[in-house]
Design a protein. Structure first.
Length: 101
């Protein structure tokens, strides 16, 4: 299996990579982090790991920024959240990330 080659310019996205970020009760700073990722990869999938309705505004902002948002009804754990996000974007999924308060 070949690995994607990172461009010399960090502002040039890797066109065949999708980043998966899991989030349980995320802080608003996740929005800026995802915006940064979106400049580096083809797509970003953010999985709400059942944080509840109190975080709807953060997930709406993430979707508005261009991320694909997958919402889980209940906290399923990081492995299940990552699995829910894998395959949702157009690029290959690599280097999953996590976010929690």
């Amino acid at each position: 299996m070949s690995h994607p080659t990172m461009p010399d310019d960090p502002d040039v996205p890797v066109s065949n990579v999708t980043a998966v970020v899991t989030a349980f009760r995320p802080a608003p700073d996740l929005i800026g982090n995802v915006q940064s990722l979106l400049r580096q990869v083809a797509s970003v999938v953010v999985v709400d790991d059942g944080g509840g309705p109190g975080f709807d505004d953060v997930f709406a902002a993430l979707a508005g920024a261009g991320a694909t948002v997958v919402r889980l009804d209940a906290n399923a754990g990081i492995a299940a959240a990552l699995n829910a996000g894998i395959g949702r974007g157009p690029g290959r999924t690599a280097h999953p990330s996590t976010s929690s308060p």
